[in-house]
Design a protein around this ligand. Structure first.
Ligand SMILES: Cc1ncc(COP(=O)(O)O)c(C=O)c1O
Length: 362
């Protein structure tokens, strides 16, 4: 019998600290009361600061998962009669195409293999001579495979063209080393959970002045996900108040622990620890070392081991792993070191993995 807490090694929802969980119990609050306005103000100040974007990007919060933020960002960044260019090398790039299609927004794609970072040159070629592209959309960390796309280089190209650069940083914020202040990004999407260690259910957009101007020019394609409606001092619809409490606490915890530098260092150290274990156990990683993220590792399933057996054996030992997506589901699995995880539980993962692989074969 397992006598310790289950550690989630899936890329969200991620485990959270007791401090953040306790914040959920701060009490009932009406979102039209001044106490909620103060809470919202505090979060909207803290979010850009946490990601080195204070003074350049304004935060808006939406109750909904990361996909709500992405859908809001895409449909609010495009004027009538214009389209988007989607950089697509994974499930989440694909999702941007689905969003564009769902709203009848014209789109083009720059596709690359799921294990190869997007090419800035290919983006430049796709944008050449195109004055009908209002936004370029790119996933920073493709959670599908644990692959990092070169958003800084792509941002330079998009800025030279003049389109808005919209980044899905949902699984990268406060995790990946790239300082977002160095990226020419107009809209950055993230969520409360994942790298910020809040609770899932709230997501956000960090938007430049150019992007905010665009939000007011774009047609209202959705009542709920219209970014312009969220830029006012209060929220247009009933928010997940308790999840906001938890985000407020998670942002305070993040600052107390040393902010961006400390959090990204922690993620680097965790990745090094578990990848050393994978190497010792002979588990092969799909993505080349140069392009790996700080959280997700996509691993080949060991010989004669199915994902389901491995998952169940590891769960008995206190860990939840994650399946591969799409074309990678049959032969691969993912381990993600995201959220609040005691260091010793990551150290103990090696034995749990060794034992689980043996049991799954047996
Ligand atoms: C890169 C990326 N984009 C978008 C999403 C969608 O977020 P959600 O499942 O919260 O809607 C995820 C979720 O893992 C993600 O990793």
């Amino acid at each position: 019998m397992m006598d310790q807490e289950l550690i989630l090694l899936n890329p969200g929802p991620a485990c959270t600290s007791q401090r953040v969980k306790d914040a959920l119990l701060r009490g009932d609050l009406c979102h039209r009361e001044p106490e909620f306005s103060e809470l919202l103000f505090r979060i909207r100040e803290a979010l850009p600061r946490a990601l080195n974007l204070a003074g350049t990007h304004e935060a808006l919060l939406v109750t909904g998962s990361g996909t709500a933020a992405m859908e809001m960002a895409v449909i609010s960044s495009v004027r009538a009669g214009r389209g988007v260019l989607v950089v697509n090398n994974g499930v989440y790039g694909d999702r941007m195409i689905k969003i564009a299609k769902a709203h009848g927004i014209p789109f083009d794609e720059v596709r690359s293999d799921w294990t190869v970072p997007a090419s800035p040159e290919a983006v430049a070629a796709a944008l050449a001579g195109r004055d009908d592209v209002d936004a370029v959309i790119c996933v920073h960390h493709e959670t599908t495979t644990g692959l990092i796309n070169p958003i800084k280089e792509i941002g330079e190209i998009v800025a030279a063209h003049g389109a808005l650069f919209v980044i899905d940083a949902i699984s990268g914020t406060a995790i990946e080393d790239q300082d977002l202040a160095e990226v020419k990004a107009d809209v950055i999407c993230g969520t409360a959970n994942k790298g910020l260690h809040g609770q899932p259910g709230i997501s956000f957009l960090l938007s430049s002045a150019r992007a905010i101007e665009r939000f007011h020019e774009a047609p209202e394609r959705s009542l709920y996900l219209n970014a312009a409606s969220y830029l006012k001092s209060d929220v247009p619809f009933t928010p997940a108040v308790q999840v906001c409490y938890a985000l407020d606490e998670a942002l305070a915890e993040y600052a107390d622990q040393g902010g961006f530098e400390a959090r990204t260092k922690l993620y680097r150290e965790r990745a090094a620890l578990v990848r050393g274990q994978f190497e010792r156990l002979g588990l092969r990683i799909l993505v080349d070392e140069r392009f790996r993220s700080n959280t997700v590792t996509m691993l080949h399933l060991p010989e004669s081991v199915t994902y389901d057996r491995l998952h169940d054996e590891l769960k008995k030992r206190g860990y939840v792993i994650y399946a591969g997506q799409g074309q990678l589901s049959a032969d691969f699995f993912r381990i993600c070191t995201m959220g609040e995880i005691p260091w010793h539980r990551l150290e103990e993962l090696e034995n749990a993995l060794r034992d689980s692989i043996a049991a799954a074969r047996g």
